[in-house]
Design a binder for this molecule. Structure first.
Ligand code: DAS
Length: 357
């Protein structure tokens, strides 16, 4: 009996030591899909010091991924080339196509997050549109670069690494669409391109960043108070084309010329980027009143980068039946108004949306 007991104990010990010797299985890395649309991050210049006058949107998604082998340490990345354009050429039609692809991907159990490489010029507009229409808490991160891939100290590779690491992080879920460049994490609603050339161009000057990337890990300091992603009322399922909304910039002597042109072009909404607190010059006000009388929804925004436009401040919005943009920039107000007009033309309802999103 003892001999059998000893043999069994020896077998147990041998099994235990063999299991202990095996390396712990690698934790399964999250699946992140990289949707490439072009921009400087995919740009190439003729020399290593070419930081202007390069060609944007030349490298394909496979080249972007191959340039950063470290991506494989943070996620299992699958690449798709959705567009190959400089983002000044993005249109609402591109937004709709991109949003549909993002939603399809996030609905899959085997996709944990999406990263979108994008030109920096209109990145903030695409980001805010996705923030308003993507119905998933899974991370969606937009990333770009200010230097082409061929330049000394190109910022694209580290920006891409950070964006994928962020999208792969469980801590990134439920925070809305984010923009990640220069080690900083910004909210799609609040971020804007503040400089034509510098690497730290993406900022939220008054509200501040959401957090930072440190050695491939996000550190968050705040969350947006505005509704986003799954909490919004917008549904682009049946939307073939977004209602046309134009932006008019006010300046000394700007008059009614651009507003009349918008009316003639048949826009459904006009965002007026007024001076100061959304002020309306006499002739501009007359033109906007005419636009409103033709059923065009008018939103008073400001050309001033900071602060909100006060309702019934520089104009009697109640009497004029105008909407105010809160603290949204003119370009962000246009994104929201375009979506609002897919739901209603009731200005009280639209004003409610500007307070909520
Ligand atoms: N033309 C710019 C764009 O594609 C290049 C860039 O900064 O990404 O937005």
């Amino acid at each position: 009996m003892n001999a059998r007991l000893i043999r069994f104990a020896a077998w147990i010990l041998a099994m235990a030591s063999s299991v202990a010797a095996q390396p712990a299985p690698e934790p399964r890395l999250p699946n992140v899909t990289l949707l490439a649309t072009g921009g400087t991050i995919a740009g190439t210049g003729t020399t290593s010091t070419t930081t202007v006058g390069y060609k944007a949107a030349t490298l394909g998604v496979d080249a972007l991924v191959a340039a950063v082998p470290e991506l494989a340490k943070v996620a299992r990345v699958t690449g798709e080339q959705v567009f190959q354009i400089a983002s000044e050429n993005m249109t609402p039609a591109h937004w709709l196509q991109l949003a549909r692809r993002v939603s399809e991907l996030l609905a899959r159990d085997d996709v944990n997050g999406v990263v979108i490489t994008h030109g920096t010029d209109t990145l903030e507009e695409t980001a805010y549109f996705l923030d308003l229409v993507v119905k998933s808490p899974k991370p969606v991160v937009l990333v770009g670069a200010m230097r082409p891939s061929t330049s000394i100290s190109a910022d694209g590779p580290m920006n891409l690494y950070n964006a994928v690491a962020l999208a792969a992080s469980s801590d990134a879920a439920g925070r809305g669409v984010m923009v990640c460049l220069n080690d900083q994490i910004n909210a799609a609603r609040d971020v804007t391109k503040t400089d034509t050339a510098t690497l730290d161009t993406f900022r939220a000057p008054e509200l501040g960043l959401l957090g930072v990337m440190e050695a491939g890990h996000p550190i968050f300091y705040r969350a947006s108070t505005r509704a986003h992603t799954s909490a919004t009322e917008f549904d682009i399922g049946a939307v073939k084309e977004l209602p046309k909304v134009g932006i008019v910039l006010a300046y000394a002597g700007s008059g009614r010329l651009a507003i009349d042109a918008m009316i003639a072009a048949g826009v459904k909404g006009i965002v007026h980027a007024g001076t100061g607190n959304g002020s309306l010059a006499i002739d501009a006000k007359a033109a906007l009143v005419e636009a409103r009388s033709k059923g065009i929804v008018v939103v008073r925004a400001s050309r001033v980068p900071g602060g909100a436009v006060a309702r019934n401040g520089e104009a009697d919005d109640d009497a004029l039946d105008f909407v105010v943009a809160d603290n949204l920039s003119p370009q962000k107000a246009r994104v929201l108004l375009s979506l609002a007009l897919t739901r209603t033309v009731d200005t009280r309802e639209i004003q409610r949306m500007f307070w909520r999103y």
